[in-house]
Design a protein around this ligand. Sequence first.
Ligand code: SF4
Length: 485
Amino acid sequence: MAEALKTQIAGLLNEPACDTNRAKDEGSRRKGCTKQLTPGAAAGGCAFDGAKIALQPIVDVAHLVHAPLACEGNGWDNRGSASSGSEIYRTGFTTDLTELDIVMGNGEKKLYRAIREVIAEQAPAAVFVYATCVSALIGDDIEAVCKAATERLGTPVIPINAPGYVGSKNLGNKLAGAALYAHVIGTMEPAEPGLCDINIIGDFNLSGELWQVKPLLDRLGIRILGSISGDARYAQVAMAHRARVTMLVCSKALIGLARQLEDGYGIPFFEGSFYGISDTSAALRTLCMKLVERGAPADLIPRCEALIAQEEAATWAALASFRPRVAGKRVLLYTGGHKSWSVVSALQELGMEVVGTSVRKATEEDKGRVVEIMGDDSHMFDNMAPREMYALLREARADVLMSGGRSQFVALKARVPWVDVNQEKHEPYAGYMGMIGLLRAIDREMNNPMWADLRGPAPWEVAVQAPAPAPLRLASGSPADFEDC
Ligand code: SF4
């Protein structure tokens, strides 16, 4: 690994804003949070994948992967984040490095030609160039190519140096944030900076979740100046340094970026969640309070309280008819990261019992929140083998599994309803409206009448009682009449 990248990673893994890191002694802090990588460590996402998923929601950027074809995965719509404008981000651009390119040392030239072509064909606001294991191992200097392309082609070309082998998806998120801070943030100025301008970091507008929150902010006159990176435009990222407050929505991995914005530009940040009624209200309250502290009009706070009161009342009214249908039901939550606690509190608000929540990819703070919400850590688990999950569901210790698509077949095999809560889901569950959508989805799955049929014996398992044959009745005559027939 190049020395510069090694040093950058060591810095990222020693994040001063991270509570876990702060709690360590000096020696452990210097070592950072890095762990020796083991085979399979990148299963579920390498560092390149982490960088790409964090940045791909910037919709007017061409995301160009400098790699053999397979790193990019799909050629279309790799990410379920929605756009209100440009569709450029949905196309998978790649240099498609071949063995011949590698042997002949053609990588950098091919990359430059690809950048030129994508700018000519698509006119993106910028091109993000992603390094991968192969392009990094053969020593292609993507920084130099991006610099030359920016100068000659007049479009910003940004190097994202997070090759897969350097670590996990989480590290890739951090490297993506570092690339934005180094190359994009602070390069443009807003025409009219406002006192109610905010940054939202870590919401990726998956299935349109940011759009369930934006109308609330619009009603309060709060503008999302910088979005990293749900439904974002390149210019929004470039102007993020002029926001008044940053809300870190989920991605603990991007806490370093929020802290750098605070250190470099004096923008305070706080962590919040838009899952669940009370968490949404708390996030709006904190946001308004912090904006007022930084000079926004003081009436923002009473207006926020009025909005919260109105929205909460409307949401509880909308939930009233559904709630008895799910209250008391037991949920097994198999997700991870911040969702290990934010979805738990949303489900508890609905009167459901969470029998277990996985804390895969969750930070120590996330785990602390789980303990806070659930009382202890006895319901917290890291990984659950499919066999254990199947046994748990089969023994009816949970009424519904909420997870990502990979576990859905375990649930279906155990004949238990399943609700998708991961990034591939098609329904948004954020904000007040999202709670109604979540409850509707749970009700629809759990109370579907087909479960009774599915759990009952199959038709071929039921002994068929053949009806006794009816006596042969002839219209007229006796059997002897037909003997000659
Ligand atoms: S960057 Fe490396 S680990 Fe990631 S997909 Fe490509 S080859 Fe695999």
